[in-house]
Design a protein around this ligand. Structure first.
Ligand SMILES: [Zn+2]
Length: 386
């Protein structure tokens, strides 16, 4: 039946990427194939999902050209579902825990800002019932759906529509998006979760597909339950949070290093002002160096992977190296300048006065060169150490 009401447009955009981009069949690095889009209505609003779909490029691989979708996708909505799992969980909770009628649930959802027809509420309730009815009896269907899978990466999502509501726990396979177990539980303790994980493990045993990893948000009770029910199975927390936590001490040191580095390249502006009147080649060159420093100072990295301070240090070093090369070519004295590479010794000498007038490196340039670059502890070459 055609939709009577236009679906409201998305209020936010989220891009999802696979956490693992090595092929699960052959281990080679997959490449981005295409973007796929989905619009999902959750209790938070309408979200436009952009999904980066990867494919194995190894022609000898059994999964050659097979799409690999982001693991997180299934945590948003069921395959082909337009409504989030949280909406389904809420509809189920209102129906079965609070014995509300469909019109009452519909009203509740409208009050929360969702735009949907009453018939859609009924559909979501069916989805909820189907989810909870998933049973070992479905092993045949799962066997078909998972037949091409050599392994299961289990994701565990707990959806609690409101405080006090039961939590809808969904255990799914990240590779296929198939839900293995779904239960609505009042609690979220280790003892509540262990049976769910054991049920998933037993399904996988029946299908003879090993669970090779678990992805959760890592609450303590969940961590304990996974350790108990799936001993020895690697438990992966969300990559982003994991990385951010691990990088904290490095990020702090890097921030400090960046601050210190910046102190040494202040005063670019006065140099530029000094050159304002000049149009000769040399002034032009110095201006370009100033510009390069300016842009090095304003470009931010993307921590934690691209550390700001390290990036700045690399760029300043490149500028410094370039200036050294120029100085060497022109016989400019390198005293004070990075007292560096041994081959500078030749150029150093008393050559400072050999050029004068417009040919000489301007005083301002020397000042710029004369500032030694501080090194980040443990990084860079010894040649810059004073
Ligand atoms: Zn492959």
């Amino acid at each position: 039946m055609a939709r009577k009401q236009a679906r409201p447009s998305a209020t936010r955009q989220v891009t999802l990427e696979p956490l693992q981009i090595t092929c699960r069949a052959c281990g080679s690095r997959m490449r981005m194939g295409h973007h796929s889009h989905r619009t999902v209505t959750t209790l938070q609003g309408v979200t436009r999902l952009t999904l980066k779909v990867y494919r194995c490029r190894n022609t000898a691989c059994p999964r050659f050209h097979q799409p690999t979708r982001p693991e997180e996708e299934g945590g948003w909505a069921l395959p082909h579902g337009e409504f989030g799992l949280d909406v389904i969980a809420l509809v189920g909770a209102l129906r079965y825990q609070q014995q509300r009628s469909i019109p009452q649930i519909h009203e509740d959802l409208l009050r929360r800002g969702l735009v949907l027809a009453q018939r859609t509420v009924t559909d979501q309730l069916y989805r909820y019932e189907e989810l909870l009815a998933l049973h070992l009896a479905d092993a045949q269907r799962l066997r078909e759906r998972l037949s091409e899978q050599k392994q299961v990466i289990l994701a565990l999502d707990g959806l609690q529509p409101d405080v006090g509501h039961e939590v809808l726990w969904v255990l799914r396979d990240c590779g296929s998006g198939e839900v293995l177990v779904a239960r609505s539980l009042l609690g979220a303790t280790e003892n509540d979760l262990v049976p769910l994980l054991e049920e998933a493990a037993s399904i996988c045993r029946q299908l003879d597909i090993p669970i090779v990893g678990v992805i959760t948000d890592g609450q303590r009770s969940i961590r304990n339950a996974v350790a108990h029910a799936l001993p020895g199975v690697p438990h992966q927390l969300c990559h982003f949070h994991y990385l951010r936590e691990a990088a904290k001490p490095i990020a702090a040191a890097d921030l400090h290093a960046k601050k210190e580095l910046k102190k040494h390249v202040r005063g670019v502006r006065p140099l530029e002002r000094e050159l304002e009147e000049r149009t000769d080649e040399e002034a032009e060159a110095v201006r370009h160096y100033c510009l390069a420093i300016r842009s090095a100072l304003t470009d931010d990295g993307h921590p934690p992977l691209d550390a700001d301070g390290l990036q700045l240090q690399e760029r300043l070093k490149a500028i410094d190296d370039s200036i050294s090369r120029v100085a060497e070519k022109r016989g400019f004295p390198t005293t004070g300048l990075s007292t560096t590479a041994p081959d500078h010794d030749r150029a150093a000498g008393p050559a400072g006065g050999t050029r004068s007038g417009s040919g000489a490196v301007p005083q301002s340039h020397r000042e710029l060169l004369g500032r030694p670059l501080p090194m980040l502890p443990g990084h860079g070459t010894a040649s810059h150490q004073q």
